[in-house]
Design a protein around this ligand. Structure first.
Ligand code: COA
Length: 505
């Protein structure tokens, strides 16, 4: 099917033009709401034209930059390329690109790290200023002007509603069979007019398959034929396999003690190698049929759907590696009824997550002995990626699990520390920490007992003596300490990594 046949609306087809001409509608300093969530569903041609504009401006000693609002991270051809030519003033709400990260940490690119479920309402409330342009990739346009979404839903409905003007990219590479996979909900409102989100099961559909946009708002339509960017993946290493094994043992234990049903509760699985390994281990395992109410569909989840271990996955986007993407495209019709892509305000909605009782599994940078978790910052100051949806899920999950190797950088850095250098998830929101060493179940434990659990079960043996010594001395420094700390020493722990490279004994 050619791109022209994908644009059934005459009014929309009349706006077809080149990417350069479309990009010319975007002024320096504009706020641009782009589609895109992971490397899926981002606009491909107009951002490339913006990169050329920014490079030309730089060559003239001038600057061309815009604010880039998206669903989540995008691909290097968007985030990385635009950041490299200083074409981004401000970025939100999540990124995972090395070039963007370097500019953020150099202080030359402003970054707002926002809970993904909050973005739509904050934009509607006007907290971030006015949205000038929506730049959205779609799969096609129906005869009555409805937009068939592409491989991510993200904030696209919000961008199209809130922006003054819209530019569409119609990507013929996207499978036409995506039509019908999405569930776009238009029932949200701001307080005091908010009503319940009527999702009672992960597989419930409550919206419509298409995005709406008044034709008069559409100022340009750019045909493209360009692939999504598969999520880079590594084969699961030994630590990931051990962590996955501990997660399965823990879930089995919870079922045995009647705290979880035998088919579990809807799964949420965060980004990264470790969570993919957990999904792999669930395939054909004791828990079935599974469901997912999550943010992204990764390769491991596609495999669960393929084998029938999982019946339905609700998400906002795909985050597939090359193999998963090939599998999806080869058999997409078979997946259409098993996958629901919703706006991220709904996929990550606290009300729904709490109601369904999601089992949240997310990665982390480090946890402290009391259970506070840092998901975002290296050494308290350098942004890695962002909080993404981890807070949306952890705070409201039935069980909030954080998974990580106990050390990184070949053992030189312990991911269990006396006090985290940055807090994303407080001790109140963290139920279980799992490393390759074991499981610390923190539920129902006061601080000193939590600390002992984490040191005994999650810390690497090389770091256990130093952590135990810290806890013992902090606890011995007199009364009046519910959560014992030696503040100057706790805060110097990270600095000692820098000085000594290691604290192992
Ligand atoms: N101190 C210093 N560096 C650390 C560290 C620590 N405590 N923990 C990890 N790192 C480094 C790693 O060594 C690696 O460095 P490298 O790129 O130089 O090799 C880098 O941080 C990324 O770690 P990695 O193990 O590759 O990450 P991952 O793919 O397992 O992801 C997070 C871990 C925390 C970065 C990731 O889960 C994340 O971004 N979380 C926040 C968002 C989120 O949870 N989203 C899901 C919601 S649905």
């Amino acid at each position: 099917m050619t791109v022209r046949t994908r644009i059934q609306s005459q009014a929309v087809a009349a706006k077809v033009m080149s990417a350069e001409d479309a990009a010319a509608f975007i002024a320096p300093g504009d706020h641009v709401g782009m589609s895109g969530f992971t490397g899926f569903g981002h606009p491909k041609a107009v951002p490339a034209a913006l990169v050329r504009r920014a490079a030309d401006a730089a060559a003239r000693g001038d600057r061309f930059a815009v604010s880039v609002w998206t669903g989540s991270s995008t691909a290097p051809e968007l985030d990385g390329a635009l950041a490299a030519v200083d074409g981004i003033d401000l970025r939100m709400p999540y990124q995972s690109d090395p070039v963007t990260r370097a500019k953020i940490n150099a202080g030359t690119l402003e970054y707002l790290d926002v809970h993904l479920s909050h973005v739509a309402q904050m934009v509607e409330e006007g907290f971030f200023g006015h949205l000038d342009i929506a730049l959205i990739e779609v799969t096609g346009v129906t005869a009555d002007g409805a937009l068939i979404p592409s491989s991510s839903a993200g904030n696209n409905n919000t961008w199209l509603d809130q922006a003054d003007r819209a530019i569409l990219e119609v990507n013929a590479w996207q499978p036409a069979e995506l039509d019908g996979m999405h569930d776009i909900y238009y029932g949200t409102a701001l307080p005091p007019d908010r009503t319940p989100i009527p999702i009672l099961r992960a597989g419930d559909r409550i919206g419509v398959p298409h995005l709406r946009c008044p034709p008069e708002k559409i100022i340009a339509v750019v045909p493209t034929d360009h692939p999504d960017y598969p999520t880079p993946s590594r084969p699961a290493d030994g630590d990931s396999q051990l962590i996955a094994g501990h997660v399965l043992d823990f879930l089995t234990h919870e079922v045995r003690y009647g705290r979880l049903p035998a088919r579990l509760l809807p799964l949420q699985s965060g980004v990264g190698n470790v969570t993919n390994a957990v999904l792999g281990r669930l395939d054909g395992g004791p828990f079935a049929p599974l469901t997912a109410y999550t943010e992204v569909v990764q390769d491991g989840m596609l495999q669960l759907l393929r084998s029938g271990t999982m019946t339905v996955a609700s998400a906002t986007a795909f985050s597939l590696g090359e193999d998963g993407l090939a599998e999806l495209r080869a058999d997409i019709a078979a997946y259409r009824d098993k996958i629901i892509l919703r706006p991220q305000e709904i996929s990550n909605h606290p009300e729904v997550i709490r109601r369904l009782g999601c089992l949240a599994m997310n990665g982390m940078m480090e946890a402290d002995i009391y259970g506070n978790v840092n998901s975002t910052h290296v050494m308290g100051s350098s942004m890695q990626n962002g909080i993404g949806g981890s807070g949306d899920f952890a705070r409201h999950a039935y069980l909030a699990m954080f998974l990580s190797p106990s050390t990184v950088k070949n053992g030189a850095i312990s991911c269990i520390v006396p006090m985290v250098s940055h807090v994303d998830h407080t001790e109140h929101d963290v139920h279980v920490i799992i490393t390759e060493q074991g499981v610390a179940d923190l539920r129902g434990l006061p601080p000193r007992r939590r600390a002992q659990q984490i040191i005994n079960h999650c810390a690497h043996p090389d770091y256990q003596p130093a952590l135990q010594d810290y806890l013992d001395r902090a606890a011995a420094t007199g009364p009046g300490k519910h959560t014992p700390h030696l503040l100057s020493e706790a805060l110097s722990w990270h600095v000692r990594y820098l000085k000594e490279g290691t604290m192992r004994r």
